[in-house]
Ligand binder design. Structure first.
Ligand SMILES: Cc1ncc(C[n+]2csc(CCOP(=O)(O)OP(=O)(O)O)c2C)c(N)n1
Ligand SMILES: [Mg+2]
Length: 351
């Protein structure tokens, strides 16, 4: 693992992660990744049946990036979740049925039919739904971190963003302000080799993780297909943030194994590149580890499949929203409701 840092700092690796995770935690990580993959596969087939309006984006092959990072955050921390980070919603406690209902525009989805596959986040669980202008969620997370600092709260904000985001001005503005103010924020750069059809060598002349040093904070590169290494790097970034040591930029190196969205056959990606990355599949890797400590993977897979079946039936049976409520919630009425905490038992790991 290469590190590029403004000051000496530990990176994050799977070996250290194990010291902070129980076997039960490690199983939850696998479960979250299996749920993400299974739900997205199911949603893709629902999309092809015309049941998911709009387009469909997935994070096949990138499950470890959101699962590992979200798991390292405490319930009172705040997450700005992007379009390939479904496991973060799962880890914060969003149920599979609500996720599928969200994709199908049903009344029981998080936005109750106001958006589909991309822009959603349950604020009661501390998740902020994505703003499409990339990477504006970096500024939202930075703003939240600023509020935590001003209020003297021991909390951390985290956001994900893609390699494509690093060429935008907002990336630099967020990084600069977070560095100047030493804000409690963790930035996760999801480097999946492509921004739509543009490969990395057409995007930047330096590895973007090196830019953290230019803004005075730690930047490190992590194997984004290793869920425990992702967990550990984020855990350390969070500890740094809470200790008043400022932001951390974590470059999670991974691969977008599917097209940009459902319509994209990714003819521009060499087949050998996909095959090479298939060997590093994050779920296979984590399963191998857990099998070695005696976990019954087949039983877990069976449970997850049954959960997805039940969630699909529940979401398909859910009603469409009442059109007369379409403009509800556009403006704040009464007192603004603060973001809530995640409720999932596993969003507070063994520290
Ligand atoms: C400012 C802005 N320009 C263009 C888009 C359209 N767009 C949505 S996703 C995307 C590709 C982003 O690539 P990357 O940041 O690498 O994320 P990835 O999709 O690979 O996860 C583009 C160009 C946008 N949402 N915002
Ligand atoms: Mg990308």
């Amino acid at each position: 693992m290469a590190t590029h840092m403004a000051e000496p700092a530990a990176g994050g690796d799977a070996a250290t992660a194990v010291e902070h995770l129980t076997v039960e935690d490690r199983i939850w990580l696998l479960r979250a990744m299996l749920l993400m993959r299974g739900l997205e596969e199911r949603a893709m087939s629902l999309y092809r049946q015309g049941k998911v309006p709009g387009s469909f984006y997935d994070g096949f092959g990138q499950e470890a990036v959101s699962a590992g990072a979200a798991f390292a955050m405490a319930p009172e921390d705040r997450l700005c979740v992007l379009h390939r980070d479904l496991a973060a919603h799962i880890i914060r406690g969003v149920t599979p049925a609500r996720i599928l209902a969200q994709y199908m525009g049903r009344a029981t989805g998080i936005t109750a039919g106001r958006d589909g596959n991309v822009h959603f986040g349950d604020r009661r669980l501390g998740c902020v739904g994505m703003v499409s202008m990339l990477p504006d969620m970096m500024l939202v997370a930075t703003g939240m971190a600023m509020a935590f600092k001003l209020r003297g709260e021991q909390r951390c904000a985290l956001t994900w963003f893609g390699d494509g985001s690093t060429s935008r001005g907002d990336f630099h503005e967020a990084m600069n302000w977070a560095g100047v103010q030493r804000l409690p924020v963790v930035f996760i750069l999801e480097n999946n080799q492509y921004a739509y059809s543009t490969p990395l060598d057409k995007q930047f002349a330096v590895d973007p993780v090196e830019r953290a040093a230019a803004y005075g904070f730690v930047g490190l590169t992590v194997d984004g297909n290793d869920v425990e290494a992702m967990f550990d790097a984020t855990r350390l970034g969070r500890l740094r943030a809470l200790a008043g040591e400022g932001p951390t930029l974590i470059e999670a190196v991974t691969m977008r194994m599917h097209g940009h969205a459902a319509h994209d056959d990714m003819k521009y990606v060499p087949k050998e590149q996909v095959e090479e990355w298939r060997k590093r599949d994050p779920i296979d890797r984590h399963e191998t580890r857990l099998r070695a400590v005696g976990v019954d993977i087949d039983a877990l897979r069976g449970e997850v499949s049954a959960e997805i079946e039940a969630a699909t039936a529940e979401a398909l049976a859910a009603p469409m929203p009442d059109p007369t409520t379409a403009t509800d919630g556009v403006f704040c009425e009464g007192e603004a409701e603060p973001l809530g905490d995640g409720v999932a038992r596993w969003s507070g790991f063994q520290s």
